[in-house]
Design a protein around this ligand. Structure first.
Ligand SMILES: Nc1nc2c(ncn2[C@@H]2O[C@H](COP(=O)(O)OP(=O)(O)OP(=O)(O)O)[C@@H](O)[C@H]2O)c(=O)[nH]1
Ligand SMILES: [Mg+2]
Length: 188
């Protein structure tokens, strides 16, 4: 068992899960956290650094690191990878023209050694304002293709369409993160 695995496993015994929330600016990361915390989702402004929020779920404490996604802030993302259990990548489905930019950033992040073995949840946010000419299934397959997800073999991954405004599917995302992390307790 590698050192990273031992550290992760110890942390899980302490019932703490570190979630790193990344994605382009304006994709809705902060709004997603607010929705999960039952706070006013209409009160957000661009994150200029990072926010840490804590969410209790079952017997676990999720420490959610929400990092600003503006291009000038992206070089700092690399300060936050340490000990991440779950990487949540947020994509704005109402800004399909930015999918390529999202993929380019995503690819860079995935090259990071410190993220090896963490779970990968891709949230397709803002489905409440999805382009009229797109279907949900169509958008999911566009993203699976554009982010080359099928080529990812060293992470468990899942794509989930969500809305931070309506809260749709967000709980499912939390369930998945926790269940995947729990599995590791038994397989490491
Ligand atoms: N319609 C709709 N708008 C949303 C949703 N989630 C976020 N928004 C809006 O999208 C904009 C950006 O949301 P933020 O949560 O600040 O985005 P962010 O990813 O944290 O942005 P940075 O902090 O700059 O990286 C805001 O105007 C939100 O109100 C959603 O599910 N539906
Ligand atoms: Mg933000």
């Amino acid at each position: 068992m590698g050192l990273l695995s031992i550290i992760r496993k110890q942390k899980l015994k302490d019932k703490e899960i570190r979630v790193l929330l990344l994605g382009l600016d304006n994709s809705g990361k902060t709004t997603i956290v607010k929705s999960l915390l039952n706070e006013d989702v209409k009160e957000v402004s661009p994150t200029m650094g990072f926010n840490i929020n804590t969410l209790s779920y079952q017997e676990f404490t999720l420490n959610i690191w929400d990092i600003g996604g503006q291009s000038t802030l992206r070089p700092f993302w690399f300060n936050y990878f340490e000990r991440t259990d779950s990487l949540v990548w947020v994509v704005d489905v109402s800004a399909i023209s930015r999918l390529r930019e999202s993929f380019q950033e995503f690819e860079k992040v995935l090259q990071e050694d410190r993220l090896v073995g963490c779970n990968l949840l891709i949230l397709l946010n803002k489905i409440d304002i999805m382009p009229a000419d797109k279907t949900l299934d169509g958008i999911v397959s566009d993203v699976v293709e554009e982010l080359h997800l099928k080529e990812i073999t060293n992470h468990c991954w899942k794509v989930l369409p969500v809305s931070a405004y309506t809260g749709q599917n967000l709980q499912q995302g939390v369930d998945w993160v926790v269940e995947e992390v729990k599995k590791r307790l038994y397989i490491l």
